[in-house]
Design a protein. Structure first.
Length: 404
């Protein structure tokens, strides 16, 4: 006999001391306690990962519960069921005898049922003269009643773990997408930096992510990707802020500072075509040549948009775009004008444009007309958000590092 086990005198089955302890606890069920057997069963199913059980075991447990005549498990009733293996197999979807015995043992080991063996090892009940059961031998369901609260807590823990895991995976997906976009933008636009090395670090992180299965491992991957995203953002943000705006910057500062006019045509200078001069060759639309700006820079240039975010703050691009939809309605910009801007500029840049218009809303007579004008210029490749953001940073008194 193995150490740490005892043997039942009639069943001749090894019994671990932990199971003996479980039987003692089941015997201490509070008088009058009851629980819906199917509610307890569902909690146990939800907690299967913590219990270490598989689906077959729960099919057998379901079959055992079906032999208990009452809906409520109660210490006032005899909680021992005594079906034969053939009856259990029939109610457990025809499970084979060997598999049935194996899963019964797993349920016992998990502390969900107890064996109550008869002298000859058979399962049966003995009734008295009044027809009531005097003694029953089979499987006791008392552990389910004794552990009903514990199983409910375990089910809640599994549900919470699943919720956290889902959130972590969503954050990882968003972070991966943003990093990929930023690296692509930096390489395509020739931003300075060792982007080959950064790309290598990114691919290595994705490789580790593919092997991460637990919440702890996924959280570690998310932290790694978040740090890489912040590093890339800081590199691009410093370059964007430090570059001189040149003529275009002077032009847009002039537009913003002198926008309190009677028409949007005075707010934005006419193109050569509008002035009757030969049209310049059409360039690529804005969304094809300019990638997303760092969110932190946008919020420093346009702080007023933050109050329209969830809880009066904006922490990601999705929240900025959601806030822009609210601001669009507040400013009186028509849905069609905003939709056109999204199609031409891209949704992120359209949201930035709305944030800029909100920031200088008191100096713009027609927000909708102004947005349409910017959209037309963007379609011709004649408009850039960068100088506008730089002008707002200076106008709001934010430090612009590295400018000459």
């Amino acid at each position: 006999m193995q150490s740490g086990t005892v043997t039942t005198p009639f069943g001749r089955r090894p019994m671990k001391l932990a199971l003996v302890k479980g039987q003692f606890e089941s015997a201490k069920i509070k008088h009058g306690k009851s629980a819906d057997k199917w509610k307890v069963y569902r909690d146990a199913c939800d907690a299967r990962s913590l219990l270490g059980l598989r689906d077959r075991a729960f099919a057998v447990l379901n079959a055992l519960l079906s032999f208990y005549p009452e809906t409520e498990l109660s210490d006032d009733n005899n909680m021992i069921v005594f079906p034969s293996n053939a009856q259990l197999s029939a109610r457990a979807n025809g499970i084979a005898g060997t598999t049935l015995r194996e899963n019964l043992a797993l349920l016992v080991d998990a502390g969900l049922i107890h064996r109550n063996d008869s002298p000859n090892g058979k399962r049966y009940a003995r009734k008295g003269r009044d027809g009531e059961i005097e003694a029953a031998y089979g499987f006791s369901l008392a552990p389910l009643l004794a552990r009903s609260e514990e199983l409910a807590q375990m089910a809640q823990q599994v549900a919470e773990d699943r919720r956290r895991l889902k959130i972590t995976k969503e954050r990882i997906s968003l972070c991966r997408r943003d990093i990929r976009k930023l690296i692509t933008a930096a390489i395509e636009e020739g931003a300075s930096g060792d982007w080959g090395l950064i790309e290598t670090h990114y691919l290595a992180a994705i490789g580790r992510l593919s092997r991460a299965k637990t919440d702890q491992a996924l959280s570690a991957c998310l932290e790694e990707l978040t740090m890489l995203h912040e590093e890339i953002t800081n590199i691009l943000e410093m370059q964007l802020i430090s570059q001189k705006t040149g003529t275009n910057g002077d032009e847009y500062r002039h537009h913003i500072q002198n926008s309190n006019t009677e028409s949007i045509d005075e707010f934005e200078p006419r193109s050569e075509k509008e002035q009757g001069e030969p049209a310049v060759p059409t360039r690529e639309p804005l969304r094809e040549t300019i990638k997303a700006f760092p969110l932190g820079m946008v919020l420093r240039a346009c702080p007023e948009i933050a109050m329209y975010g969830p809880g009066g703050a904006i922490s990601n691009w999705r929240e900025l775009m959601t806030a822009a939809v609210v601001v669009r309605s507040t400013l009186g910009v028509s849905p069609s004008a905003y939709q056109e801007a999204c199609e031409v500029m891209g949704p992120e840049h359209a949201a930035i444009a709305i944030a800029c218009i909100l920031e200088r809303g008191g100096h713009i007579n027609s927000a909708g007309g102004y947005l349409r004008d910017l959209t037309r210029k963007a379609a011709r490749g004649e408009f850039s958000l960068g100088p506008m953001l730089m002008a707002l940073l200076r106008l709001n008194g934010k430090p612009v590092q590295g400018t000459g």
